[in-house]
Design a protein around this ligand. Structure first.
Ligand SMILES: [Zn+2]
Ligand SMILES: [Zn+2]
Length: 296
């Protein structure tokens, strides 16, 4: 008879390879069945190898000592996210450019008093003129003339409606891209089967970075609005290209990460730690019911 009480205080060891648990070892010991004492613990790797190599069919899904059927999770749940959501670059193109251009055009048409510019300028109506001196020299006659032109974002937008469209579209480009990123994030969170694995590989900070890139035009606006107002009103195209690139990179990288996960997932069964009161709805413990016909 073994003394189990003493073993509780000793180091755990694997019942297959008989190695003791080491702190620096990646492989952790766990107990897959009701056994206690010397048979309590086993390495995941050792048990999986044993299950693969044994010719005894029964030993593949139950402990031959205590006859407990292992709780297994089928590891064959590959991600079908991109099969379920047939999103490709062309679709992103449509989902991004059309609403951006529509939103920009409609708000510009409706915003007759250019309230958005007033709001961006801190509630003030900012106008500015730029003056240049011209000297004319016709033989004996020398003339000196000063010409002043309006030079603020508001003036440009009022004077050239095309720049107004450009300005409003630049503005909505980032916001619409931000909306699409958050939508994408939400979809991944809801539909991925291996969420934890995905967000371990594709960390939230990467999503934050994608979101920050969307806000670039606001910073750009405040940098150039006084000195180069014409630049602030003609940035729609480069801005949209940047936002579209940002979205494409996010799409590509998430797809790459999901492919990586699918490569890692084999079609093996993984034996989970034994639990007397496992919840059939809890993730991981829901694949195989424990049958009682072997308990004689
Ligand atoms: Zn082992
Ligand atoms: Zn056992």
């Amino acid at each position: 008879m073994k003394n189990y009480m003493n073993l509780e205080n000793e180091k755990k060891f694997c019942r297959i390879c008989l190695e003791e648990e080491e702190d620096d070892k990646d492989e952790e010991l766990f107990s897959p069945c009701r056994c206690s004492g010397t048979s309590k613990y086993v390495h995941k790797e050792c048990l999986n190898r044993w299950i693969e190599e044994t010719t005894n069919e029964r030993a593949k899904n139950q402990c031959m000592e205590c006859r407990t059927e292992y709780i297994v999770r089928n590891d064959g749940e590959k991600e079908t996210f991109f099969q379920d959501n047939l999103i490709n670059t062309r679709k992103i193109c449509v989902m991004f450019f059309i609403p951006t251009i529509l939103l920009g055009s409609i708000t510009f048409s409706l915003d007759k008093n250019l309230n958005m510019i007033t709001m961006l300028d801190g509630g003030k109506i900012y106008r500015n003129t730029i003056c240049q001196d011209y000297f004319y020299n016709y033989g004996n006659v020398v003339r000196n003339e000063t010409v002043c032109n309006p030079n603020s974002v508001r003036d440009y937008v009022e004077y050239y409606p095309i720049l107004g469209f450009d300005f409003y579209i630049s503005f909505y480009s980032g916001f619409w891209a931000l909306f699409l990123i958050l939508f994408w994030y939400n979809m991944l969170k809801k539909q991925l089967k291996n969420k934890e694995l995905f967000f371990q590989k594709y960390r939230n900070c990467k999503f934050v970075l994608h979101c920050l890139i969307c806000l670039k035009y606001i910073f750009f606006y405040y940098i150039v609005r006084y000195d180069m107002p014409e630049v602030a009103c003609s940035a729609a195209l480069p801005n949209m290209i940047l936002d579209f690139t940002n979205l494409s990179i996010l799409h590509k990288n998430t797809k790459f990460t999901i492919n990586e996960i699918n490569i890692e997932i084999t079609d093996k069964n993984i034996v989970l730690p034994w639990s007397e009161h496992y919840n059939a709805n809890e993730s991981g413990y829901n694949m195989i019911e424990i049958t009682s016909d072997d308990e004689d």
